[in-house]
Design a protein around this ligand. Structure first.
Ligand code: RAM
Length: 363
């Protein structure tokens, strides 16, 4: 259920997509399982250690945030909030990361963080498998690993801090645009990178949602990839609109993609004719809502995601939790959270933003 504020509210690619859904639903096998018996020291299970719920948070914990890429405004909000939260419990946070969101771009950073003996690595994974071996190495050296925003395979981290239920995010993207289009017409998806675990998981749920009879007059014609790069996303939007003259809507489940698509449409003859919906930040989308290019979009509070991730990493590094289902921990001012199946912790429902509430938000 979505909240409104106040009272309401490709070969590798297809493997990656299937794997991404598996990460969320049942964990991902393939490369990562093989990795575990080869060069990475084997699996580290949450149950290897015993949780002590009364253990105080350790002082001086070193937490490293490794976003998909450093120049993504959304990831920056998440990480800054996580770093600030670390200050609350006497820890020290930092953000390091690549300037592009390609599959293997994070590997060298993980290796460096291991050498630096960080207490925890928090990662928004660009690929479910590419980062797995190094993350297992980290866990073997007792560095806690928390995925946030975009998961890796479940055996490659202790926790996944999910912004909201992946199924809810995916299905609702279709539900929202369908209502706007009166359940008719061609739509396209403008995604992030081809390997992004989070987007691929959401897209699988979008496709599943579209199979329902009520969407029989809607057709997903193409999924394009803007790589979470502003310029590429802008060009892909232009390409979609040229290639599909009957396109009625674009779902962009990425803050980079939706902002670039809105910018293109706002200054084109498609404005008011092609619906754009998806996931964006209010500050990036405000002008497009105000000028009528975009009616609505969704997101969760990225600051809370970073904050929760920070406290979860600290609870792990302090021995309060091990990542096992059912364990509980306190996330500062956000209160208590319980670890779900496969080490997943869900922040909470997203918010739908439109002209009525967008000015209530500043991020
Ligand atoms: C982009 C990134 C991020 C995703 C948001 C919605 O910033 O792809 O991983 O969660 O969009």
């Amino acid at each position: 259920m979505f909240l409104r504020t106040s009272s309401r509210r490709r070969a590798a690619a297809s493997v990656a997509a299937a794997c991404a859904l598996a990460v969320t639903l049942a964990g991902c096998g393939g490369t990562t399982k093989k990795d575990s018996s080869s060069d990475n020291g084997g699996d580290v299970k949450a149950t290897d250690a015993k949780a002590n719920p009364d253990a105080p948070l350790k002082k001086g914990l070193k937490l490293a945030f490794l976003p998909k890429q450093i120049n993504n405004p959304y990831e920056k909000i998440v990480d800054d909030a996580g770093i600030e939260a670390a200050g609350e419990f006497g820890g020290k946070g930092k953000e390091v990361g690549p300037s592009d969101a390609s599959a293997s771009s994070q590997v060298s950073y993980i290796n460096t963080l291991i050498q630096q003996r960080q207490d925890a690595i928090l990662i928004a994974a660009n690929d479910p498998n590419a980062v797995c071996g190094p993350l297992k190495q980290a866990m073997k050296k007792d560095i806690k690993v928390v995925a946030y925003d975009s998961d890796t395979a479940k055996e490659c981290r202790q926790l996944f801090i999910n912004q909201a239920s992946s199924e809810e995010i995916g299905r609702s993207q279709v539900q929202h645009i369908a209502e706007q289009l009166d359940y008719k017409g061609e739509i396209a998806i403008l995604s992030a990178t081809q390997n992004a675990t989070n987007q691929n998981t959401w897209i699988e749920f979008m496709k599943d949602e579209l199979k329902k009879p009520k969407y029989k007059n809607m057709k997903l014609v193409k999924t394009a990839y803007g790589d979470d790069d502003d310029q590429k996303s802008f060009q892909e939007t232009q390409g979609l609109l040229k290639a599909y003259p009957n396109l009625k809507g674009i779902i962009s489940p990425t803050t980079v993609g939706i902002a670039a698509a809105a910018r293109y449409i706002s200054d084109s003859s498609y404005k008011g004719k092609v619906v754009i919906n998806g996931l964006g930040t209010p500050n990036q989308m405000r002008k497009y809502v105000k000028d009528g290019t975009v009616e609505q979009f969704s997101l969760w509070d990225p600051k809370k995601l970073g904050y929760l991730g920070s406290y979860a990493a600290a609870a792990l590094a302090s021995g309060q939790i091990t990542g096992a289902e059912g364990e509980k921990f306190k996330a500062g001012k956000l209160g208590e959270y319980t670890i779900g199946k496969d080490g997943e912790v869900i922040l909470g429902p997203p918010t739908v933003f439109d002209k009525d509430n967008i000015d209530d938000f500043d991020f």
